[in-house]
Design a protein. Structure first.
Length: 262
């Protein structure tokens, strides 16, 4: 039997806090548990949505999947293609085929989009990728995603609008060809038009990479009207309290989270 693309079992995660040790050295220890036993399975080619109120732990889960140092796994496991990656470094996860689109992408002055993509693609493949190959692939994807070709010469996210930053994340996802993409509130701060552009971009990438698994972290149903999920999961106070089909997102949109908080 083939292992799921992503399998999360009993995941308990705590934030880390800086505490001075008795010898004066800074010692990082877990101080607050945020995820309290999360179970989730995503198969290749599936799109899952993770919804929940502020503070529920959605972004913590996304960051933990990529090995963010601000969080520590207290218990449970994360498996990717059957391999236990719970304690893998972030770069090892990325090279293996995990991708995270940030809620608030960082700007890097002095590094152009094309330079960034060349370095990222080389790291993903484990071999140097030529500038020509990157430019050709980028031109193709920009055309598919409806992006201005001059975009590639701009410094990464420097002076980008919210919509441009999110489209840049979709471009990265397309060119890095991950096996699993985690989109952490990629609809945050977008107007209706920009939201449609991002939604269509994700659909375009999935259409050309049908085995791509996607986990969308979102507050709202709007994005899910374009990206129709196979499964929807509701995270409340660090636990998945209900899972279902797209109709669950509609219930949440209509009634809010109060019923599940009780």
């Amino acid at each position: 039997m083939t292992a799921p693309l992503l399998e999360i079992q009993g995941l308990r995660v705590a934030a880390r806090g800086d505490v001075a040790a008795s010898d004066g050295a800074a010692d990082r220890i877990p101080c607050q548990e945020i995820l309290r036993g999360v179970d989730l399975v995503v198969a290749a080619g599936e799109l899952h949505a993770l919804m929940g109120p502020n503070g529920a732990g959605k972004s913590t889960l996304a960051a933990t999947l990529m090995g963010h140092p601000s969080y520590r796994v207290v218990d449970g496991a994360v498996r990717f293609n059957g391999e236990d990656i719970t304690h893998w470094a972030t770069d090892a996860r990325s090279k293996a085929g995990l991708f995270l689109a940030f809620q608030y992408p960082e700007a890097i002055d002095g590094v152009s989009v094309v330079q960034f993509l060349r370095q990222a693609m080389s790291a993903r493949r484990g071999a140097d990728v030529s500038a020509l190959e990157v430019r050709l692939a980028m031109t193709e994807w920009m055309e598919r995603l409806g992006m201005d070709p001059s975009f590639g010469e701009r410094y990464l996210n420097q002076g980008f609008s919210g919509g441009e930053k999110k489209r840049n994340e979709i471009l990265q996802m397309a060119m890095l060809e991950p096996e699993l993409a985690v989109l952490d509130e990629t609809d945050s701060g977008l107007d209706i038009d920009a939201l449609g552009v991002v939604g269509r971009g994700v659909r375009t990438v999935r259409g050309l990479h049908p085995s791509l698994g996607v986990l969308v972290v979102t507050h709202y149903q709007r994005l899910l009207e374009t990206l129709v999920p196979d499964r929807v999961h509701l995270l409340v106070e660090g636990r998945i309290v209900e899972s279902g089909g797209p109709e669950l997102a509609e219930r949440i949109e209509k009634h809010g989270y109060e019923a599940w908080r009780r």
